[in-house]
Design a protein around this ligand. Structure first.
Ligand code: FES
Length: 111
């Protein structure tokens, strides 16, 4: 059974620079936050290629975040790769004033 997690406060929007990632934690889950064109995206921070905690250091190209290690690209909205499987999970984002909250999908099992 899939258990929905609660929204968790992770950062203030002023802490984010445009197209520069930030690693945060939602409970035990590592999340990579990005602000692109003013919109907030939250994805799993562990790259599925070599299970490295590195996605927050990725760079933004068009609608994707590119892993800095070997260049795998993940869509910011869906977490999916253009080709192949092994995408990133995405989190729901809730903005209350300047406070960013995220909700991961299933406790301790999304990355
Ligand atoms: S670790 Fe991310 S592409 Fe290799």
């Amino acid at each position: 059974m899939i258990k929905e997690n609660e929204f968790v406060y992770v950062a203030n929007i002023d802490e984010l620079k445009e197209k520069v990632g930030k690693k945060v934690f939602a409970g035990d889950d590592e999340v990579a936050l990005f602000k692109v064109n003013g919109k907030i995206y939250a994805l799993g921070n562990i790259c599925p290629h070599q299970h490295a905690s590195i996605i927050f250091q990725g760079f933004i190209e068009e609608s994707c975040v590119v892993c800095p290690a070997h260049g795998w690209e993940f869509n910011l909205e869906t977490g999916k790769r253009k080709f192949g499987n092994k995408g990133l999970e995405t989190c729901e984002v809730l903005l209350k004033g300047k406070k960013i909250f995220v909700r991961t999908k299933t406790k301790n099992s999304m990355w």
